[in-house]
Design a protein around this ligand. Structure first.
Ligand code: ATP
Ligand code: MG
Ligand code: MG
Length: 350
């Protein structure tokens, strides 16, 4: 059998490990923190720091391929692992998506539309950038942001200095505010042999910067749907990608605008667990293990709702609701803003 090494012990790692198990594969997770959602279900776990070269060596030698559930893995750790085993998706996908500046340049070079942006290194830059882009705008840290963290909105007349200070000196970009009607995402996959398969796009609703629901089908015309899938395939091919990717899009009157890409399974793809023949987690495991990609056909309409913080307390009611599948991540503490689980409500297509 084959063993998939997973960097990161969160819920995405957990659901990857469960999918691997269904395919007769083993999962071995690496994370500095013990008892994460993934460790609870993995055959093997390494609890060690990202700079523990001996632990990295032993981990790599114990697995057949290395993949990851989050994109902010230190470069030195990846260098070390890559000396032993292939990393899928590859380094280019990570380098591009770890940094919002690199990411936007990559997308624009591919001919894809993004929000207008400027590199911001200090107050002078920011003033100039704001003049060019105009308000409203969003100042975002180039790295490590998620769930809307590391962002500050600048409205007309706002003190831009305060926004910059709130980011505590981290390298940032200023993005123009995109006037979108709604947000959608494409969960795409590319196999080792270059085969591409995309799931039907989902429509995403965010609250306080955190994904709240994903609804499938998304409100898209046939042309927009085709466009969304083709642009995801373009990104996959350009990166010589292996695995699942999440591509977040704004729907605007001028067409689709790419917000960001995530080189991994994605929260907005959780609906596939209960509405598709093969879900995003299995699709990712198949790709990185060198299997043929699966049939991602959708057999139901679906609404995925995240259970955030104390939302998870409603699980007994949700579990008793017809057509609902409850997924819980095994996290002990229900802190505010923490993703504890999700529920998929599905209506079979007829
Ligand atoms: P994630 O958890 O998806 O990784 P993140 O912290 O990387 O989130 P973004 O995806 O950049 O943050 O932004 C979060 C949300 O804020 C977006 O889904 C969108 O609703 C809004 N947003 C971000 N950038 C813009 C923009 N340029 N114009 C308008 N809205 C935006
Ligand atoms: Mg992001
Ligand atoms: Mg996002």
């Amino acid at each position: 059998g084959s063993t998939i090494g997973i960097l990161g012990g969160g819920q995405l790692g957990r659901m990857l490990a469960l999918a691997a198990a269904r395919l007769g594969l083993r999962a071995h997770v690496y994370d500095p923190a013990p008892d994460g959602p993934a460790q609870q279900v993995c055959a093997a776990a390494t609890i060690a720091a990202w700079d523990d070269v001996e632990a990295l060596d032993r981990f790599a030698q114990a697995v057949d391929v290395v993949t990851y559930e989050f994109e902010n893995i230190p470069t030195a750790a990846l260098d070390r692992l890559e000396g032993h085993r292939p990393i899928r998706p590859g380094r280019r996908a990570l380098a591009v998506s770890q940094d919002r500046l690199t990411e936007k340049r990559f997308l624009n070079d591919l001919g894809l539309a993004t929000a207008p942006f400027r590199d911001v290194t200090g107050q002078d830059d920011l003033a100039a950038a704001l003049k060019e882009i105009g308000a409203p705008a969003i100042l975002k840290t180039r790295r490590f942001g998620y769930d809307g963290k590391g962002q500050a909105r600048i409205m007309p007349g706002d003190d831009a200095g305060a926004a910059l200070e709130s980011l505590k000196g981290a390298p940032a970009i200023l993005e123009g505010f995109v006037d979108f009607s709604h947000e959608v995402s494409v969960i795409g996959a590319r196999g080792l042999g270059g085969q591409v398969a995309c799931f039907d796009p989902g429509e995403n609703l965010h609250e306080d910067g955190i994904l709240r629901t994903t609804t499938v089908p998304a409100r898209l015309s046939t042309a927009q749907r085709t466009d969304a899938v083709l642009l995801a395939a373009r990104i996959l091919n350009a990166l010589d990608y292996v695995g699942v990717i999440g591509v977040e899009l704004f729907v605007t009157r001028a067409g689709l605008v790419v917000n960001e890409i995530a080189p991994r399974v994605h929260n907005s793809g959780h609906w596939t667990q209960n509405a598709c023949v093969v879900d995003q987690f299995e699709q990712h495991v198949r790709a990185v293990a060198g299997w043929p990609l699966g049939d991602g056909t959708r057999h139901a309409d679906a609404v995925m709702e995240n259970l955030i913080g104390h939302d998870a307390n409603q699980w007994p009611d949700l579990a008793a609701t017809p057509g609902s599948a409850v997924h819980l991540y095994g996290k002990a503490e229900a802190r505010d803003g923490r993703k504890m689980g999700h529920v998929n409500r599905v209506t079979p297509l007829r």
